[in-house]
Write a protein that binds this ligand. Structure first.
Ligand code: CDP
Length: 770
């Protein structure tokens, strides 16, 4: 396994290797396909309205001036007309002929496992098939692992239904709810929401009384949240979770959807046929509990309905040619760049390129390089339009992916694995796959979670490749060798087996699951990991000594944040600390990937250092972030310019402001913050700065290290040596103790997002928890 997160710096890319007109790279003869195309008139327009479909179907181009329905807007007449316009496209989706089967399956059964290739129409059509069924008197929830997918699907379905989103209007049938953004109204019938949001709702309403059906989408991604949802739903449909005497008046229908066919284990899971010996002894056997509570005929009906129906949708896929690198490369950013221009010069339009990269840093680095090189292209070569796509990107920037490609232009979408199955990017004929992704990995021994860049699995590589063959035959360039492919694992390990479980366990506890060790997990995490998480929650005082959830724990569970960050907020709200607004600002900044722009050249780095100096605080990165957020918020004339001047990402800051607003509102709802307080925020005094850091320390006690006599730092829990990351304002300084936000490995163990703290504060916290 690789523990290397080194982002290949675009700095390494040699300009001379990128052909100005591309011809050097094309195995000899310059390709004339672009010229040919030019003489044949404009290239056929891409179906770039966020839609993807069978090429033989009539093209249905969205007018360039078409605006997606927004929350609260009335339905424009052209939108209502579009409804019928989209029908032929919907009918051409592979899932369409199965509508009757799906409806019949759910009429008879409460659970349906539905598999089908990405793009076959599962997410957009299934809720529309079900919404008018007689049993469907309430809302349908459809969960998504990512916010971008939840929002864009809601938009798409609203468009298909000639409806619009949110608002009070009876016509607003579709909505979405994602962290820090809610667009639903009283008449919402189809609600797309992130898994995290559904879990939050499940805490508030354990029997999910507002829903007739829950559709769990993208189950193959196996996020921790999806595993929790499946466990809760299994308990709910089998009647285990009656929460006192509360009971649903109608059975809840559950549809589990996946792009890969692991039907057998899902069916076994819902039919309670799991092999795990521990589960046989648990309270998950509902029959005994329900006896007497239900009339006999009801029992029979339930038994019938608890059977799991399955349905398979055959997808459409054109052949995709795979091209491997002949030799392994370390510098895949450079390889990606070369191949991209090679495709651009050689291949006719239309045909967009989708590049899979590891994260925001690499994407932004490559975006800049593409733009730089594209500027130098000859005039008669079509333009290249680089579009980033990662989860932290603000919504409006993400939506650009779905907008029509300008004339004589090729889109290059630079994406994380978000585009693997979650988001269908239209127009793609070429995929460049770096073969890696950034994943969370928890190290039980160290008690630390870190982000690592690791090789993807074969199944992920296959999914990535498939993106090139959605509309026509395509090509997939793998930036690794064929032997490299053979060494990849078959499947991605489910997140629950490799991540910090404290948030998951807190959610379970908040939902009344006391015996977490015997929860119905689709894949049972190792006992050691569960125990570590329980201990962590105990340290955070989210659980009491008896393992029950504390009042503080209940508050922490209500934040859409890790327990660590939630704990910081709860601490900051205490009268003796009194620094909640500051803590919210810092946590908002920590919730986006990079506030400070990642700079490429040494010269630019020095320039940035100089420009940012006024934001830097000697106490470390947390207070530096606080100052940055506060200055940005105070800036009234031109925030964009302010960002440019300080080498701060405007994109990230817009996100920060949004999160900040939401967190403030949540704190008000939890009565941690009074309405008037939010207005009044001054720059922190010395005493308040100390209070802020003490709060950080209270949450991040596992990420605390002290200086050793030899000048190195060792974590208090786990005794791991860490060094202050070069990106930190404390880099190169010696302080007695540090608290840090995250742990990264690039050759060695680095602490990133670091602040200096006093050793006696650390001892105080340690004494309080030990
Ligand atoms: O869920 P699944 O991947 O099976 O398919 P889907 O998300 O329902 O997508 C079906 C089709 O709807 C896609 O092939 C696109 O043509 C279109 N779609 C879209 O235009 N915009 C979206 N945000 C999502 C889907």
């Amino acid at each position: 396994t690789s523990t290397d997160t080194t982002t290949p710096t675009p700095r390494n890319t040699r300009n001379s290797d990128i052909p100005k007109n591309g011809t050097e790279e094309l195995n000899g003869r310059p390709d004339d396909s672009l010229k040919r195309q030019k003489s044949e008139g404009p290239p056929p327009a891409l179906r770039s309205d966020g839609r993807e479909g069978h090429p033989r179907q009539p093209s249905n181009r969205t007018p360039a001036n078409y605006q997606h329905p927004k929350q609260g807007q009335s339905v424009p007449p052209h939108l209502l007309r579009k409804r019928d316009g989209l029908l032929p496209i919907r009918k051409a989706l592979p899932i369409w002929p199965q509508a009757a089967t799906i409806k019949a399956a759910l009429k008879k059964n409460n659970i349906l496992v539905l598999t089908g290739e990405t793009g076959s129409g599962k997410s957009t059509q299934v809720p529309q098939f079900l919404m008018n069924e007689p049993w469907c008197t309430k809302c349908i929830a459809i969960t998504q692992p990512r916010r971008v997918a939840a929002i864009s699907l809601a938009r798409r379905v609203a468009e298909e239904m000639g409806s619009f989103m949110g608002s009070q209007s009876p016509a607003a049938k579709v909505g979405y709810s994602v962290r820090f953004d809610n667009a639903t109204g009283p008449n919402t019938k189809i609600k797309f929401l992130t898994e995290g949001m559904l879990l939050q709702e499940m805490l508030r309403d354990p029997i999910m009384s507002q829903y007739s059906a829950v559709v769990v989408d993208e189950v193959h991604e196996r996020s921790v949240n999806v595993d929790l949802i499946l466990g809760f739903l299994r308990n709910l449909v089998s009647g285990v979770e009656n929460e006192g005497n509360k009971k649903r008046t109608h059975p809840l229908k559950v549809v589990v959807m996946s792009a890969t066919a692991d039907v057998e284990s899902l069916v076994a899971f819902f039919e309670d046929r799991q092999a795990s010996p521990t589960q046989g002894q648990t309270a998950d056997k509902p029959a005994a509990q329900r006896e007497g509570a239900l009339a006999r005929d009801e029992m029979t009906k339930e038994a019938e309905a608890s059977r799991v129906a399955t349905c398979f949708v055959e997808g459409r896929q054109y052949p995709v040619k795979t091209i491997y690198l002949p030799q392994p490369t370390q510098d895949w950013v450079e390889s990606a760049l070369k191949i991209m221009f090679q495709i651009h010069y050689k291949e006719p339009l239309p045909g967009d390129i989708l590049v899979f990269l590891t994260g925001q840093d690499t994407i932004e680095g490559l975006e800049k390089l593409v733009n730089d090189y594209a500027e130098g292209m000859d005039k008669d070569v079509p333009k290249l339009l680089a579009l980033p796509l990662f989860a932290a990107l603000p919504q409006h920037a993400q939506q650009r992916i779905f907008q029509p490609t300008p004339f004589r232009t090729r889109k290059v979408i630079l994406a994380t694995n978000i585009a693997e199955t979650s988001v269908t990017v239209p127009g793609v004929r070429f995929v460049i796959d770096c073969g890696k992704s950034k994943i969370k990995q928890f190290r039980n021994r160290l008690g630390l979670e870190s982000l690592l860049v690791k090789p993807i699995s074969k199944s992920a590589a296959i999914q990535r490749k498939g993106r090139a063959g959605r509309e026509a035959a395509g090509q997939c360039y793998r930036l690794y060798t064929e032997d490299g492919y053979k060494t990849m694992e078959e499947r991605t390990t489910p997140e629950i087996l490799r991540c910090d479980l404290s948030q998951a366990i807190l959610t379970m506890k908040a939902r009344g699951v006391n015996d977490v060790l015997n929860f119905p997990f689709l894949d049972r995490p190792p006992r050691e990991a569960l125990e570590k998480a329980l201990l962590q929650l105990l340290h955070l005082q989210a659980l009491t000594d008896t393992g029950a959830i504390s009042d503080q724990g209940l508050k922490i569970a209500k934040f859409p944040l890790t327990p660590t960050l939630g704990r910081v907020l709860v601490e900051a709200a205490k009268p003796e600390r009194d620094c909640l607004l500051d803590a919210i600002d810092i946590i908002s900044a920590l919730s986006v990937e990079n506030v400070f722009l990642n700079l490429v050249t040494e010269e630019r780095k020095e320039e940035a250092e100089e420009a940012r100096r006024e934001l830097y605080r000697r106490e470390g990165d947390h207070l530096t972030l606080l100052v940055t957020v506060q200055r940005y918020a105070e800036e009234e004339t031109n925030r964009k310019l302010w960002c440019e001047k300080h080498f701060v990402s405007h994109r990230a800051m817009q996100n920060v402001m949004n999160i900040r607003k939401q967190l403030q509102q949540q704190c008000m709802q939890l009565k941690l913050l009074a309405k008037d307080d939010a207005q009044d925020q001054s720059a922190p005094s010395e005493a308040r700065s100390q209070a802020i850091l003490a709060c950080m320390l209270r949450g991040f006690i596992s990420n605390t290290a002290r200086m050793m006599p030899d000048g190195s730092y060792k974590t208090l829990i786990g005794n791991q040596t860490v060094a202050i990351h070069p990106s930190s304002v404390l880099f190169g300084r010696k302080v007695e103790a540090i608290v840090f936000n995250e742990f990264v490995f690039t050759g060695k163990a680095w602490a990133r997002g670091v602040s200096a703290v006093q050793l006696d504060w650390v001892s105080e916290v340690v004494e309080a928890i030990m």
